[in-house]
Design a protein. Structure first.
Ligand SMILES: Cc1ncc(COP(=O)(O)O)c(C=O)c1O
Length: 282
């Protein structure tokens, strides 16, 4: 099941065509998006997602998204969702129609089911390969036009990295910068646990500031953990008590294998952190 609505409050059949072929999202991937997890009819971290949508819009020089309209449309979509306890909600916002000076952003909200692969990854963990991203940690600040850390619709590279992981027999990817520092996954943030401290790299190195990473850190702090946002090296991916990928739909997923090498079992740490994360919404 899928539920689609536009920001003017109209529901539409997701199986019908709605986007013009000359929309800039279709032509150039020129737009932004968010994916929000909803559980029991409640969107998680909607405010941080809308804040990040506004941040991405500003990075792409798009008009400021209408927060209230997005919020209402998310509610409308959720009120019409009958596909079970959980869904993923996509907020899409493109620059509009190519060559039309009067164009307004194309914006819609679409709820979709959680895929089986994601459910399996949540339950069993994932194998990951490290891949080069070809950027250095200072590039995002030197070259804002590269849109590093914007959640743009240009995700072809991220998708290609996923296919490369599959070719190498792995489920997912951690991108490394040219100096070997840890960036993020193609659709996730990296978190490591060492003792009772959690670490994640700073968004300033050109990665997306994760809403799930922030929620996990909030939950962990409430449960007595210390959290640190600081650069991580490729060695840190091995030298820890748990390596995790975090994102809205996958939640906190345990990495059990790194570059073909089985990591020490971190199930107990994962269970504790997964609970701390769920407790944020209890
Ligand atoms: C590149 C990238 N980094 C990190 C994340 C995690 O963000 P969030 O936890 O807000 O879903 C995503 C989410 O899809 C992503 O695409």
């Amino acid at each position: 099941m899928r539920v689609l609505a536009f920001l003017d409050g109209t529901l539409a059949n997701p199986e019908d065509p709605h986007i013009r072929v000359d929309d800039l999202s279709v032509q150039r991937g020129d737009g932004i998006f968010e994916t929000v997890l909803a559980v029991g009819g409640q969107p998680r971290e909607l405010r941080p997602h809308l804040d990040r949508l506004a941040r991405s819009a500003s990075m792409l020089d798009l008009p400021e998204p209408d927060d209230a309209a997005f919020e209402r449309t998310v509610r409308l979509v959720l009120d019409n969702w009958t596909g079970g306890d959980e869904c993923a909600i996509k907020l899409v916002y493109s620059r509009g129609v190519d060559g039309d000076p009067e164009t307004k952003p194309t914006a819609f909200v679409l709820a979709i089911p959680i895929g089986e692969k994601i459910k399996q990854a949540r339950a069993e963990g994932v194998s990951v390969v490290t891949l080069e991203r070809g950027i250095d940690p200072g590039l995002a600040e030197r070259a804002p036009w590269l849109l590093l850390g914007a959640k743009s619709l240009s995700y072809a590279v991220n998708m290609a990295a996923g296919r490369e992981a599959a070719r190498r027999g792995a489920d997912d990817v951690v991108f490394l910068a040219t100096d070997g520092s840890v960036l993020e996954g193609p659709t996730s943030n990296v978190i490591i646990a060492r003792g009772r401290t959690l670490y994640t790299p700073p968004a300033t190195i050109g990665i997306l500031p994760g809403t799930t990473q922030a929620a996990v850190f909030r939950g962990a702090e409430r449960a007595g953990w210390t959290t640190k946002i600081e650069p991580l090296t490729a060695e840190d991916l091995r030298d820890n008590d748990g390596l995790f990928l975090a994102s809205s739909v996958r939640k906190l997923t345990r990495v059990h294998t790194l570059d073909g090498e089985r990591l020490p079992d971190s199930s107990a740490v994962h269970a504790e952190l997964a609970k701390a994360y769920e407790d944020v919404y209890a």
